[in-house]
Write a protein that binds this ligand. Structure first.
Ligand SMILES: [Fe+2]
Ligand SMILES: [Fe+2]
Length: 372
């Protein structure tokens, strides 16, 4: 916490969503910071987790457990011989804005991978439900590999994050298990869509691959895809989670996840530019993939092609920019402006929430393949 004060020490900061990271202390500070768009650490109600029954999806569940056991990525998260040569000088070749945003991207991605690791590990230790316990064991294995791989790149830059310290110091947010399921499902699937979209783009434009870490994204995102499949099965086994008033919650989580991503990506335009990606095109491609996948579990889908939806997200981004600018300006006037832009952003979010959604029936077979 206390991010604004810290970031204000670096006058080059344009807004509080992208930090200047020059030292390991900056990196861990960034990782510990909680704001509206930063990854968080969660705790939940483990007794509820104990009551989760996966029997209705037993056949599909057993198949996916066998996949985890087979562990086809066991040898993936090791650097190859070419890594060091490709990574050498990568930071220096980026312009100042792209460098800041790339480091910020690495630290927030590390935080988000590690956030999964911490949550899954907590659940693993605290539940008795054997199915959930076993699933969490696999997830912790995968997420700790992911976090470790990003941290190795940060260490190359002298910016490694002490993950034990982060686990101890970062504030935890309590989330009802139902919300954990909605949110982790989405974050796994959107994580897949983000990684695969970058990977496919760089396959076509290898000259834009300014760091070797992007070569790892294809097999990496298959882990995230599989994690999402497990949460889809849990929700489909408990269909009450996917009907009635819960549909309003699902709509909320869809919008919160999409809107957060949109605002965050649009406050990091230089990184996308270095990769040769247009943030708006990139985000809508990621939404399209995520929405298609999510038909396996959510009977409602945000209409991301609706002009009202697109205009709303754009407005939300502009209001977030104005909010952060006011926050940095400081003083009484800055505070008033901040409140004003904050309220307007809230209003924009509320209007987006009521843009009509698409509805469909759920497929008999839950699982889908990562074909993107
Ligand atoms: Fe991960
Ligand atoms: Fe994951």
């Amino acid at each position: 916490m206390g991010s604004a004060a810290h970031i204000a020490e670096h006058p080059a900061s344009r807004h509080a969503t992208v930090a200047d990271i020059h030292t390991p202390a900056d990196a861990i500070h960034r990782a510990e910071t909680n704001n509206l768009v930063s990854p968080r650490f969660y705790t939940t109600d483990y007794a509820y987790m104990n009551r989760i029954d996966i029997e209705p999806v037993r056949a599909e569940w057993d198949l996916i457990q066998a996949e985890y056991e087979g562990d086809n990525n066991h040898d993936h998260f090791q650097r190859d011989a070419a890594f060091a040569a490709e990574a050498a000088g990568a930071l220096e070749r980026l312009d100042d804005d792209a460098r800041r945003e790339f480091l910020d991207f690495l630290v927030t991605s590390l935080t988000s991978e590690f956030s999964g690791c911490v949550l899954y590990n907590e659940i693993r230790q605290k539940v008795d439900n054997p199915e959930i316990k076993q699933l969490m064991t696999w997830l912790v294995r995968d997420e700790s590999r992911h976090a470790g791989f990003i941290n190795a790149t940060l260490r190359d830059f002298g910016l490694g994050v002490n993950l034990n310290e982060l686990r101890r110091n970062k504030a935890y947010t309590y989330f009802h298990p139902k919300y954990i399921l909605y949110a982790t499902y989405l974050s796994e699937k959107i994580g897949y869509a983000r990684y695969i979209t970058i990977f496919r783009h760089l396959e076509k434009h290898p000259d834009k691959r300014f760091h070797p870490i992007f070569r790892w994204f294809e097999r990496w995102c298959n882990d995230e895809f599989r994690h999402g499949e497990s949460f889809a099965l849990i929700m489909r086994a408990n269909p009450k989670l996917l009907e009635g008033a819960n549909l309003w919650l699902i709509r909320f989580f869809l919008l919160a996840v999409y809107a957060t991503m949109y605002v965050r990506d649009h406050t990091r335009p230089a990184l996308k530019k270095a990769l040769g990606l247009d943030p708006t095109e990139y985000d809508y491609r990621v939404f399209e993939i995520t929405s298609k996948i999510a038909r396996q579990v959510y009977p409602v889908e945000l209409d991301t092609d609706n002009p009202a939806f697109r205009a709303g997200l754009d407005r939300l981004h502009r209001r977030a920019e104005a909010f952060y600018a006011a926050k940095e300006a400081g003083g009484l006037l800055g505070k008033l402006r901040q409140a004003w832009h904050g309220a307007r952003a809230f209003g924009t979010f509320a209007r987006l929430y009521f843009v009509p959604v698409k509805r469909h029936a759920l497929p008999a077979q839950v699982r889908v393949q990562p074909v993107w």
